[in-house]
Design a protein around this ligand. Structure first.
Ligand SMILES: [Zn+2]
Length: 161
């Protein structure tokens, strides 16, 4: 599996909306959506999660590259781009994993298995801890200032910028 995936996420107008939820069919642990200190909504562990476990699957509508280009114009999209054959928009039928924020010091990593995008724990995660992974915005994408707050924050969600 090529290791060239990226996330393209953009969401507006989230204030005043109902708190989004987690679809328990795709989560292996109790998870909660709540306001994040990083940005907007975030996903938090509702119980202890051991290291190297599947935490949640990132689901959504599967798009062709052409559909993905149009989707970028929508005010809310959470595109997970594995490659041209696997682009998922978590804004449509998302499991809730689309609300997990970026961090430069993440506690989750991505594993792609048989067309499924799995978020795995990198280390033990305590109840109440916010979940995060590295979005790896492409260097060619607009530079996004990072506000993850990690001591080793690289300052940008795009690596190398
Ligand atoms: Zn950061």
């Amino acid at each position: 599996m090529a290791d060239n995936w990226t996330v393209v996420a953009y969401a507006v107008g989230r204030r005043g909306q109902e708190t989004p939820g987690i679809d328990p069919r795709y989560a292996r642990f109790r998870l909660n959506v709540a306001a994040s200190r990083i940005q907007g909504w975030g996903v938090f562990a509702g119980e202890a999660i051991p290291a190297r476990r599947k935490v949640i699957e990132y689901t959504g509508e599967r798009l062709t590259p052409e559909e993905a280009q149009e989707r970028l114009l929508r005010p809310q999209h959470y595109l997970f781009v594995i490659n041209d054959n696997l682009i998922v928009d978590g804004a449509v039928n998302g499991s809730g994993a689309q609300y997990i924020n970026h961090s430069c010091d993440p506690n989750l990593c991505i594993q792609v298995a048989k067309g499924h995008i799995l978020l795995m724990s990198l280390r033990a995660i305590e109840p109440g801890e916010e979940l995060s992974y590295d979005y790896r915005f492409r260097p060619s994408a607009l530079r996004n200032v990072c506000s993850c707050g990690a001591p080793n924050c690289r300052g940008s969600i795009n690596p190398g910028l």
